[in-house]
Design a protein. Sequence first.
Length: 131
Amino acid sequence: SESSEQSASQTEESSSFSSANEVVPTGSAVSWDSEVKPIIESVFGGASLIEFTTAKGQNVYLKYAVPRRASSSDLAKILSLFKQKGYSEVVSGSNSGTNTAIMSKGNTQAVVTFEDNSDYVEVTIAETPSY
């Protein structure tokens, strides 16, 4: 009976997550993935990095597939976990089904965005050069 329970929970996973082709981050995306992914996994019960961009002097963009559909109530959980890592909230909110949290830590700004009922979470990290 244990195996039948396991297969039942797997069918409830979003198709985007179960069919996700996880990519391996490179460059500056490596350290950001290791900081951000545990937060996304904690809130959504899993996360697969499916896309990222990183270029010198540009923002780092990370896109995760998650195993369940997101809702605006996930925003507070995400904020709370980022705050535990020393971030402070700049602004957050939900507007027409789009949920956004903007947080900062030192010269770094992290923006987490997801749509209601989506199984994708997007994170953009901008680092202001310190002169």
